[in-house]
Design a protein around this ligand. Structure first.
Ligand code: NAP
Length: 487
């Protein structure tokens, strides 16, 4: 990739905080550098938002909340529809920017722009389908009316792993429902969100509806918003420990809360499964986003009759994947987000190997610049290996065998997380039995990819609550008002 083109894209980024439709330097005038995880070099600096900026952003959101809620749904939908088109038009710029700041290969970054934009199209269609209910009181006298209204100003906090899609999945329904918002992007990947805010503004989103505050001090900057009773909702995507803290803060003013938290997805392959499909889909479920995805297959539980063959075929596939900077041709595996994440992945592999696992491919860091880790397949995993319990968030596939269906389901459910599970079987009865027994919010049945803007995304147990996308996604931003009508 040509350096001049990279520079050109970086120059498109508005580097301030976006408050009330204006780009501001930030109250302190301080900035922070965003790093390229493939080279460990700084890309560009952006405003380092302060608590005063966050409060100004909430002021701006509150100032236009009433007017925005009264804006015709069709108009809100049309803005989203224009934003959908703009994101697709500008997909090359957005994708390159995302690859530079986050590391994912450019083809995956483009796929994320397409996926992220789809939330705008989906919710442009949902904006005009907000409805209520009118019914006769069962006792006969009077009527019951229920209506849906926007919740009010929201705080949306997003992670670094899908810098665009995790934003549009919240911003889309908030706009459709008539809510205003303050967005706090992850400090490692604020650039895509800043350009996205600019594109939404170009699509006609009125000033103040969306405000963005990048910062290195997440807790200090969002803290005052939780203390402010004008804020009505928080939607968070990120780790379970941070989610827990935010729920505590949200209890102060009893905010509406949506939590999309960590995962530890089991990938079950039964003896009757189509092994070619199970291996193909495993590559997607494991390696999409360099394994840094909450829905990444974290552990492979494979029937003993096919476990060795599955593991060696998966090792062969992962072993030939090209590792490198995401901007380079043919690269399929980019760097991890930072040194801490790479060290964590390496420690989990070392722990498993120390407890007897065999490395079929990978198992080591790659290069001395950038946070690269080789695609890795491990077999012979001990029951107490840490990577069975912890979210790996990297390109490591542990394969463990099972002998009965009950054993497979018990192993799958043996986690405090419950976001997604993958099931590979050609036996319909087994498929239904297993799917029903899994304690998760989503299942990929003979598929390694579940994310779809038209479907409800979310988890159970410590993976959180609330749903994003699908029919339920907009409900997170709507409050129900019931009216008892006397005739
Ligand atoms: P994280 O550390 O929890 O951070 C997520 C976001 O929260 C970032 O914007 C972060 O800001 C902010 N944050 C951190 N501490 C905060 C605090 N005390 N107060 C307010 N904001 C705070 O998570 P991450 O490492 O970026 O993301 C990885 C995690 O996200 C994984 O566990 C993954 O499974 C989960 N995830 C879940 C889903 C889902 O839909 N269920 C989707 C994607 C990712 P800074 O950047 O400044 O730290």
């Amino acid at each position: 990739m040509d350096k001049a083109r990279e520079q050109q894209v970086l120059e498109l980024v508005p580097t301030g905080a976006f408050v009330g439709g204006e780009w501001r330097a930030g109250a302190s005038g301080a900035t922070f550098e965003v790093e390229d995880p493939a080279t460990q070099e700084p890309l560009i600096s952006v405003a380092d938002g302060t608590p005063a900026d966050a409060t100004a952003a909430l002021d701006a959101a509150c100032a236009v909340q009433e007017e925005w809620a009264a804006t015709p749904p069709r108009e809100r939908g049309e803005i989203l529809r224009r934003a959908f088109a703009l994101l697709n038009e500008r997909a090359d710029d957005l994708a390159l920017l995302m690859t530079l700041e986050m590391g994912k290969p450019i083809a995956e970054a483009k796929a994320e722009v397409t996926y992220g934009a789809e939330f705008f199209r989906w919710f442009s269609e949902e904006a005009v389908r907000i409805d209520g209910r009118w019914s006769v009181n069962p006792a006969g006298a009077g009527r019951l009316l229920t209506m849906k209204q926007p919740v009010g100003p929201c705080l949306l906090i997003t992670p670094w792993n899908f810098p665009i899609a995790m934003g549009t999945r919240k911003i889309g329904p908030a706009i459709a429902a008539g809510c205003t918002m303050v967005v706090k992007p992850a400090q490692q990947t604020p650039l895509s969100m800043l350009l996205l805010a600019e594109l939404l503004s170009q699509a006609g989103l009125p000033d103040g509806v969306l405000n963005v505050v990048p910062t290195t001090k997440a807790s200090d900057v969002t803290g005052p918003l939780f203390d402010d009773d004008r804020l009505r909702k928080v939607s968070f995507t990120g780790s379970t420990p941070v989610g827990r803290q935010l729920m505590e803060l949200a209890s102060k003013h009893v905010l509406r809360v949506s939590m999309e938290l960590g995962g530890n997805a089991p990938y079950l392959v039964f003896g009757d499964a189509d092994l070619d499909a199970a291996v193909d889909q495993a590559v997607i479920a494991k390696m999409r986003n360099i394994g840094e995805s909450c829905v990444a297959a974290n552990r492979f539980h494979v029937h003993e009759s096919v476990a060795d063959e599955f593991a060696s075929r998966l090792a062969e596939r992962l072993g030939r994947m090209k590792v490198g900077r995401g901007t380079e041709d043919g690269v399929e595996v980019g760097p991890l987000i930072d040194g801490k994440q790479r060290d964590k992945v390496a420690e989990l592999v070392d722990d498993a190997v120390g407890k007897g696992a065999k490395v079929l491919t990978g198992g080591e860091r790659v290069g001395d610049r950038g946070y690269f880790y080789a695609p890795t397949v491990l077999s012979g995993i001990a029951d107490d290996a840490d990577l069975l319990r912890e979210e790996i968030f990297g390109p490591v596939a542990p394969v463990k065998s099972f002998s009965t269906d009950d054993e497979a389901v018990a192993a799958a459910n043996d986690s405090e997380f419950g976001l997604v599970a993958y099931v590979f079987t050609n036996d319909l009865k087994r498929a239904i039995r297993v799917v029903e027994a899994l304690d998760v919010g989503m299942v990929g049945l003979n598929r390694g990819l579940v994310s779809n803007p038209a479907a409800e995304f979310g988890g159970v147990k410590q993976s959180g609550f609330g749903r994003e996308g699908g029919r339920e996604g907009i409900e997170e931003y709507l409050a129900t008002k019931y009216v008892a009508v006397d005739l």
